[in-house]
Design a protein around this ligand. Structure first.
Ligand SMILES: [Zn+2]
Length: 70
């Protein structure tokens, strides 16, 4: 009985690990002096002008991946 439950938990953990490994394989963004989300001019080493833009960009990319357009 408990073998089945253990197997289910193992599966969930593997799914989480797969999802995290997939997330890490995202191409590295290159900083070009512009926010990648709103295109505002920012310091060269930065990718986004603030945390909100970074979060929105992440959400947008996740949505694109879910719909299979990337
Ligand atoms: Zn921005």
């Amino acid at each position: 009985m408990s073998d089945i439950a253990d197997g289910a938990i193992w599966r969930v953990e593997k799914d989480v690990q797969n999802a995290m490994a997939h997330a890490r394989k995202q191409p590295m963004l290159e900083s070009d002096g512009r926010c990648h989300f709103c295109d505002e001019a920012i310091a060269n080493a930065l990718l986004f002008c603030n945390v909100d833009c970074r979060n929105d960009y992440d959400k947008e990319q996740a949505a694109l991946r879910r719909t299979g357009r990337r």
